[in-house]
Ligand binder design. Structure first.
Ligand code: CA
Length: 528
């Protein structure tokens, strides 16, 4: 890691440009570091105080800390929801997602990591995947050298200790072995399927995978490495039960209805209890391979499986919000709706839509720029929209704030990348406290964005149209970093060149500062 970052800056194009610039070390950087192991943030004391007062007033009224409901869709593109330019215009209306956006804050520069596992682990640890070692999905047959969760303080554990009931429903994808399951790493309860849909359907779908599904001998051998295809119900410190098995593609199609029904029943149950709740509802859809729910279809104008999946997710989003309302906790529940990464184009047409360049697996905007909607009646004004930078890891900081968990609980020998963005989300006209987004691809640092400028020092280039995962290479840029102004060139096609020294110097400095954190706080290697 050290050598990699050092090499980037000694030999890399940024070092050349930065070396020739006569600018202050800070450049346009307004951020301040509160502690050596915390990501620097832009100080916004007034909005922070206003948010604090708002939360205090609510907790006084309700007598408990606010509930938290995260809704995470798998592989949904930035352009899929109607409120982000898709919806009915591309064959699958999303009235419930649109209603959330209209009733809350729509973020237009919200970022995930480039694939599933990295994002899911980052939001629960507040740390970049490269720091925890969870740099890519752990797939069936993978062997890792140590449990990445050892020594991590998961958000679920912190909130659980602070008196929350914590539940994860749906897809997990951060390890199936004992010690790595949701109910091993802090969640009080888990109800869902560990892997992604395609890992399950590869042994069910004879049309896509006939060489395996139609070959009994291979199917027998596959048993030893196949991912868990049972619905799993686990309890912290208690038993883990295997419930129904997905045996057919129809069963796969029904999975999200089963999961939504469970979360709805738990919201209603938890609302009556003493404890506030933290529920992370993770859809199986719309990750390929999508199969329509035979009990609900058809739901979309397009009828394609992906579009049916988007429409079904939207249906359940509406049901989850309705459950909060019926349970009388909508005004005491912070809802955040998002996707864990951009669309996976390799499986087209079973894939989403992004207006940006690239897709899942790349660090062009199509990979990590995703929908992000914060919704909280009475606490977040309807109709807000912001292009302020927001990293999904910031949800870690927001949740600690809402749960009144002090950051003193976090170890000082670990670096934390989240920023507490509570005030940005809650206060009208508030601004983001995040100065930079860092784009990583596994353990390779690729790019950095500040304001509307983004500099790439490495790029993922597909070798065939849309093949961003299955047929792509990582390449160094040349003498100058690929610098884009995302406001005039959102598709990252027209680099603005090395003459913009001010931006390159600032971004270069920011990347150096970021790289230096790894010298002080070494990354974990789990053998992935
Ligand atoms: Ca994903």
């Amino acid at each position: 890691m050290k050598s990699l970052i050092a090499r980037t800056f000694i030999q890399g194009a940024l070092a050349v440009v930065v070396g020739s610039a006569h600018l202050s070390a800070e450049g346009f950087d307004r951020s301040v570091r509160a502690a050596p192991n915390f990501e620097p943030a832009i100080p916004r004391d007034e909005q922070d105080k206003a948010a604090e007062a708002k939360i205090a007033a609510l907790t006084q009224k309700t007598g408990k800390r606010p509930n938290i409901l995260w809704i995470v869709v798998d592989d949904m593109g930035y352009g899929d929801p109607g409120c982000y330019g898709g919806g009915a215009a591309i064959g699958a209306a999303t009235p419930n997602m649109d209603k959330l956006a209209a009733g809350g804050l729509k973020l237009t520069s919200c970022y995930s990591q480039h694939t599933c596992t990295p994002t899911r682990s980052a939001i629960l640890t507040g740390r970049l995947p490269v720091r925890t070692g969870l740099t890519r999905p752990i797939l069936a047959g993978d062997t890792i050298t140590k449990n990445p969760w050892d020594g991590e303080h998961s958000l679920a554990a912190l909130l659980s200790e602070a008196g929350y009931y914590t539940l994860l429903t749906g897809k997990w994808h951060i390890g199936e072995p004992k010690g790595m399951r949701p109910h091993d790493v802090g969640f009080d309860e888990y109800y869902g399927y560990y892997p992604a849909q395609k890992e399950i359907s590869q042994s069910k779908d004879e049309r896509r995978y006939p060489d395996l599904v139609m070959n009994p001998e291979r199917m027998k051998d596959f048993e030893s490495i196949k991912p868990e295809d049972h619905l799993t119900h686990g309890f912290k410190g208690g038993e883990t039960k295997q419930l129904t098995q997905i045996k057919t593609t129809e069963d796969m199609g029904r999975a999200d209805k089963v999961l939504a029904d469970f979360t709805i029943s738990k919201i209603k149950e938890a609302a009556k209890g003493e404890k506030p709740f933290f529920i992370e509802h993770c859809f199986m859809k719309v990750h390929c391979d999508n199969f329509p729910n035979p009990d609900l279809a058809p739901l979309s104008a397009a009828r394609y499986y992906y579009k049916e999946a988007i429409a079904e997710v939207d249906l359940h989003v509406g049901e989850l919000i309705k459950a909060l309302e019926e349970a009388g906790v909508a005004e005491n529940t912070f809802v955040f709706f998002t996707s864990d990464n951009g669309p996976q184009m390799d499986g087209w047409p079973d894939s989403g839509y992004t207006p940006f360049r690239g897709a899942k697996g790349t660090t062009f905007e199509g990979g990590p720029r995703i929908p992000g909607i914060a919704y909280w009646p009475g606490m977040i004004s309807p109709g807000r929209q912001s292009d302020g930078l927001f990293d999904l890891m910031d949800l870690f900081g927001v949740a600690l704030n809402l749960g009144a968990v002090s950051t003193d609980k976090l170890p000082s020998d670990k670096y934390y990348d989240f920023i507490d963005q509570t005030s940005f989300l809650l206060i009208d006209d508030a601004e983001s406290k995040r100065e930079a987004i860092y784009y990583w691809w596994g353990s390779t640092l690729m790019a950095c964005r500040m304001k509307e400028y983004k500099a790439h020092i490495k790029v993922v280039l597909p070798q065939s149209t849309h093949m961003h995962i299955d047929f792509a290479t990582i390449q160094d840029v040349g003498l100058a970093p690929w610098l884009y102004n995302l406001y005039i060139d959102p598709k990252e096609q027209m680099p603005v060149g090395h003459r913009r020294n001010a931006w390159l110097a600032t971004l270069g400095q920011k990347l150096k500062q970021h790289g230096a954190t790894f010298k002080k706080f070494p990354a974990k290697n789990i053998g992935l």
